[in-house]
Design a protein. Structure first.
Length: 209
């Protein structure tokens, strides 16, 4: 084989590689354009969460550095999209005080949320003799003596989105709802049972995906 033939084969290979590379770039460009068009048409929005109320059955920090608590919380989730459905594959709810978890996690059953649909859940979250860091125990004692405690109700989970017959992959969902409980004021809540008080909050939650 002559050197001229080898050079011809080399040029053909380079042309093939250039065509393949150009084809990949065109394909990626078309995929990006498609995604942008779908986003522009659908304008997807995150679910909206609202913490409606908290019923306190127990909140006892009489043992130093330990907390026993029992709450029933009611929160709603609204899907603001009119063309996108939401699958809640997993959603765990728990309470924290000054970034320390003070209850066990309660799981919400998996569910599908249709267009513009609102779901309401009322899980119980509780913890028995949960250890509390000494500096948090001191702050909690001070807050209780002042008659109000700021808790954070947190929800962590995974969601998928449905557009027509297409279902997306799983995304992590993080929800944060501040709950300002006025333990020292009997007029701030409604007595619903022996030593149980229901506090109406209607607090908008921060949502990140």
């Amino acid at each position: 084989m002559s050197g001229k033939d080898c050079g011809s084969h080399g040029q053909k290979r380079r042309k093939i590689f250039r065509r393949i590379f150009a084809g990949i770039l065109i394909f990626l460009f078309l995929v990006l354009i498609t995604i942008l068009i779908i986003w522009a048409i659908l304008r997807p929005s995150k679910p909206k969460f609202v913490l409606q109320d908290v019923t306190v059955y127990a909140f006892n920090a009489s043992i130093p550095n330990f907390l026993t608590s029992n709450f029933q919380i009611t929160f709603s989730s609204r899907n603001p999209n009119d063309k996108i459905g939401v699958y809640y594959d997993k959603l765990d709810v728990y309470a924290t005080y000054r970034n320390q978890q003070i209850t066990l996690r309660s799981s919400i059953p998996p569910t599908y949320q249709g267009h513009k649909e609102i779901n309401v859940w009322s899980p119980n979250i509780y913890g028995t003799a949960i250890p509390v860091a000494p500096y948090n125990a001191l702050a909690l004692s001070q807050d209780q003596s002042m008659g109000a405690v700021l808790l954070m109700i947190k929800m962590n989970g995974r969601v998928r989105f449905k557009v027509g017959t297409f279902i997306s992959g799983k995304y992590h969902l993080y929800v944060r709802c501040p709950a300002y409980i006025q333990f020292g004021s009997k007029t701030a809540g409604i007595t619903v049972g022996e030593n149980s008080i229901k506090y109406s909050l209607l607090v908008s939650c921060s949502v990140s995906i």
